[in-house]
Design a protein around this ligand. Structure first.
Ligand code: G4F
Length: 333
């Protein structure tokens, strides 16, 4: 029997890289869309690409852009993916206040282009859209589930809400197999350094090794529902294996403040974070979401999905990975 074929936009990101590993382990042929940049940004999947048993055999990278729908169409005709996972797009919430037009174009219009492409496929394709808890923004109720009204509080959240609603409309209007995964914050040692958890874990490791002396942050009372990214991609894959398409919240169901995360991270290296953390209003956003905590009961019931790693363990494993990276025990990814 032929191997199942998947196409991933945003394959070089945190989620794209973990999902690629999961799919390869399950016997898939994986094709990934990579945006051409002046510097290579493939570090998270380089270990796979350079593996002679994988690169060019079961893993293929294609330069492209979500805005270039003609080349995407050609790619789809050639690859004929059975599953598409859509992660690409500007994903930094704070930055979305600085570059709202680019964010909305990439996240909103980029998704619409893919949905239009999906409509034209002659063979059945299953589509996963990486939606976000940012669509809830300032919800009236907590925890949030798949029926909670969307009330975004950032340009990024607005763009994700637009894309999430489009996915729902295309699913109903054209009978397409489209799932929204409404994922709460999910982190890992592969998280980009401009997201707060990685900024903290790297700082704790560097301070412990005498290579950094302070950590400058914004609002410390901001609270999030933080989970572990490799576990989240398992849920995403399960969403596309069901008989029927649907929307799912992926979350741990626990809310913690930034101060609690910092405390857990610095405890890993036996340091009192209060001696190192400085405040800078530059990192405070014009609006912060409130009460973001997810109810993943539906994902648990229908997909058998349960997050295993909670905030304190997550902070610890991220700091330990950064210590190993600094000490040269881990390849830089
Ligand atoms: O790590 P963050 O930038 O994540 P945020 O804004 O919650 O967004 C992430 O999770 C969403 C839900 O899954 C995704 F949709 C989105 O794409 C992204 O992956 O910030 C977390 C909190 C915020 O309240 C922010 O104001 O940390 C606060 N914060 C305080 N100081 C900081 C900093 N955030 C960053 N990035 N850098 C700081 O220095």
């Amino acid at each position: 029997m032929a191997s199942p074929t998947a196409f991933i936009t945003g394959i070089t990101g945190q989620d794209g890289s973990y999902l690629t590993e999961l799919l390869l382990a399950r016997g898939y042929v994986v094709h990934g869309l990579v945006r051409r940049a002046s510097l290579f940004n493939r570090s998270r999947i380089e270990h796979l690409r350079l593996d002679p048993a994988i690169g060019g055999k079961t893993l293929f990278l294609h330069y492209g852009d979500l805005n270039d729908t003609t080349s995407l169409r050609r790619l789809f005709r050639r690859i004929r993916p059975g599953e598409v996972y859509h992660f690409a797009g500007q994903s930094h919430v704070g930055l979305s206040f600085e570059i709202p037009e680019a964010t909305c174009h990439e996240v909103g219009h980029g998704t619409l282009g893919l949905l239009e492409l999906l409509r034209d496929q002659e063979h059945p394709v299953r589509f996963y859209h990486a939606s976000s808890s940012e669509v809830f923004g300032a919800p009236a109720t907590a925890p949030q589930n798949e029926d909670t009204p969307l009330r975004p509080t950032s340009p990024y959240g607005c763009a994700k809400a637009f894309a999430t609603n489009l996915c729902r409309v295309y699913r109903e209007a054209y009978g397409l197999f489209i799932c929204n995964g409404i994922a709460y914050n999910h982190e890992s040692p592969r998280r980009g350094e401009n997201f707060v958890t990685r900024k903290i874990s790297l700082a704790a490791a560097r301070i412990a090794r005498g290579r950094q002396h302070e950590l400058v942050l914004g609002q410390l009372d901001a609270a999030r529902d933080w989970g572990y990214a490799p576990e989240f991609v398992e849920g995403m894959w399960h969403a596309l294996q069901r008989q029927e398409p649907d929307d799912y919240v992926f979350a741990t169901g626990e809310s913690h403040t930034l101060a609690e995360f910092i405390d857990a991270a610095f405890a890993t290296v036996g340091l009192d974070w209060r001696r190192y953390v400085q405040f800078d209003a530059r990192y405070v956003r014009p609006i912060e979401p409130v009460r973001l905590v997810g109810d993943a009961a539906k994902a648990h019931r229908l997909l058998g999905w349960t997050p295993r790693t909670k905030m304190a363990d997550l902070a610890r494993l991220m700091v330990q990975a950064d210590l190993a990276l600094l000490d040269g025990a881990e390849p830089a990814r």
